[in-house]
Write a protein that binds this ligand. Structure first.
Ligand code: URA
Length: 208
């Protein structure tokens, strides 16, 4: 499918297996989320625009570059929080804008409860972060919000997706690339990805 990128990196696959394991404790789980996110970020950022920059080395002048566009990391609360650190470490000047959406368990539809975006956009590229692309409702709603805010370049970074979530994003926002560690088999009747890893929020924050 166009604009859907599933990682084929062995380190991602190795860490993902540990992440899925129900015996992985919250500390290790958070560590794995951070590490996988950083590995995915390497691929996601491959087409960022750069501007020329000359620097002086101890020996001579060197031609180099610097990132051109201001970048925003947009974790979807609360599961996306754990993905920020690994990516922010690679792009410390990125701005972090939180979007709070919870899934109404009866309708499985997203309900917005936190959004403090200023009126004018302050970034031109946004990476939307959510480890689980399940129904796709939260991701679609977040991209709606960012497009309304005026951001022209938006990418989604997730760890496990369901085919249903991929379809939902693709139907609503075909222009937004999806960068994923893996697409799993299906979504169950409770909106959980199978085989998945359970509840990514509970497993990070020890609340399960
Ligand atoms: N959110 C999760 O944390 N896990 C799923 O499987 C689906 C949504």
């Amino acid at each position: 499918m166009n604009n859907v990128f599933e990682s084929s990196h062995p380190l991602v696959a190795h860490k993902l297996t540990r992440l899925r394991d129900k015996n992985t404790d919250p500390k290790k789980f958070r560590e794995l989320i951070r590490e996988i996110s950083a590995l995915l970020a390497y691929e996601v950022t491959a087409d960022l625009e750069v501007a020329p920059l000359r620097v002086q080395t101890p020996l001579a002048e060197a031609e180099g570059v610097e990132l051109k566009q201001p970048i925003g990391l947009v974790p979807i609360l609360r599961s996306g929080l754990g993905m920020v650190e690994g990516i922010w470490g690679l792009m410390p000047t990125a701005e972090v804008w939180h979007i709070g959406l919870y899934r109404d368990e009866s309708t499985l539809k997203p309900v917005e409860y936190y959004n403090k975006l200023p009126v004018e956009p302050t970034v031109s590229v946004c990476l939307v972060l959510d480890p689980m692309l399940a129904t796709g409702g939260s991701a679609v709603a977040t991209v709606d919000i960012l497009k309304q805010w005026g951001v022209s370049k938006i990418k989604f970074v997730g760890i496990i997706a369901s085919p249903e979530g991929v379809d939902a994003m693709h139907n609503s926002h075909p222009d937004v690339p999806l960068h994923l560690a893996v697409i799993d088999d299906h979504l169950n009747e409770h909106g959980y990805i199978v085989p998945g890893l359970g509840d990514a929020g509970d497993r990070q924050f020890g609340t399960g």
